[in-house]
Write a protein that binds this ligand. Structure first.
Ligand SMILES: Nc1ncnc2c1ncn2[C@@H]1O[C@H](COP(=O)(O)OP(=O)(O)OP(=O)(O)O)[C@@H](O)[C@H]1O
Ligand SMILES: O=C(O)C1=C[C@@H](O)[C@@H](O)[C@H](O)C1
Length: 293
């Protein structure tokens, strides 16, 4: 039986971590002669628009594949792209969306551990953008101290002031994928900076976040240092409290990527099986939806 596939996500393997590290993340330069490109329909133009400037739907990836070996759950769920190399899908989608971005930056927001850094690196590589991690830039700005040290020595508001300065600096640049700190969404000023680009909320269930963070430890995450109990329970408790405070703020983002929805599309029981590449593809699909609005 043949299955026609137009777009979607693949059941893939974990991305090679060496590939993730390829983009340098320390320089914040952008060419002075940068000019915004018009949305025309020439080569490399935005496919979401017709000559009259109206948005249209495009199906870029049309591939035939055999449905043999595809789990029934995947086919039943409508997620029929299991046989693709998801890196190739990401590449194709990036090429399609890139002209529509007009060089605008992509800001990934979300709770700590939601994968902003991991997914951000994959996405930046696919788009040919530079990747920047706000926490790292703050650490550099404060003289090479870690986030945990900055919290300890100077307090949270000092850290937040530096976070705002970093976002302000980034907002004047183009073609960046930015991994913001988990708490960047709480200050309205930060949103004003991020509005120069496109913001995307990586929405990951708290249980999955707690599992990931417990696996790597909370040393680098000062806001998780306070509670008592077993590592998973105390992380879960603190994350729940933070989410209670911030849930609405994350929803200010231009687009939301629900990792739970991706898992459902792919027929996965566990959201932890959704790869960063699959999430990056969904980021682009949701940006596409946002640009069509
Ligand atoms: N899709 C994924 N599946 C499984 N584990 C993942 C996934 N994405 C990220 N991780 C793991 O989760 C942990 C947190 O990821 P990452 O550092 O990218 O999150 P973050 O949102 O940047 O966190 P923070 O805001 O605290 O810096 C890492 O150990 C990473 O390897
Ligand atoms: O959720 C938060 O408030 C934080 C998340 C991290 O990325 C760091 O920015 C810092 O640990 C604070």
């Amino acid at each position: 039986m043949e299955a026609k596939v137009s777009q979607g996500l693949q059941l893939g393997t974990w991305i090679n971590p060496q590939k993730l590290a390829r983009k340098p993340s320390s320089s914040l330069q952008f060419p002075h002669n940068y000019e915004e490109q018009r949305w025309d329909n020439g080569p490399g133009s935005c496919p979401l628009r017709t000559n009259k400037g109206k948005l249209r739907r495009t199906l870029v990836l049309k591939v035939s594949c055999s449905s043999e070996n595809v789990p029934a759950s995947v086919l039943d769920s409508g997620s029929i792209s299991a046989l693709f190399d998801e890196s190739q899908i990401l590449k194709n989608k990036s090429e399609e969306i890139k002209p529509c971005l007009n060089g605008r930056c992509i800001y990934l927001v979300g709770m700590m551990g939601s994968g902003k850094t991991t997914v951000g690196k994959v996405l930046s590589e696919a788009l040919g953008y530079s990747f920047h991690d706000c926490d790292t830039l703050i650490e550099q700005a404060v003289g090479g101290t870690t986030v945990a040290e900055i919290f300890k020595l100077h307090g949270e508001s000092f850290f937040r002031d530096n976070e705002t300065k970093v976002l302000q600096k980034l907002s004047s640049m183009h073609r960046l994928v930015v991994s913001t700190g988990g708490g960047a969404v709480v200050r309205p000023t930060n949103w004003r900076h991020m509005q120069k680009g496109i913001s995307v909320w990586l929405d990951v269930p708290l249980e999955a976040l707690a599992r990931r963070i417990t696996a790597v430890g909370t040393v680098s995450r000062p806001l998780l240092h306070h509670d008592y109990g077993d590592p998973y329970s105390k992380t879960m408790k603190r994350l729940s409290a933070l989410y209670e405070e911030r849930g609405e703020a994350y929803a200010n983002a231009n687009a939301r990527v629900s990792v739970e929805n991706i898992a459902a599309k792919l027929g996965y029981q566990d959201v932890c099986n959704v790869t960063p590449t699959a999430i990056a593809i969904e980021v682009l699909l949701q940006i596409e939806n946002f640009l069509r609005e």
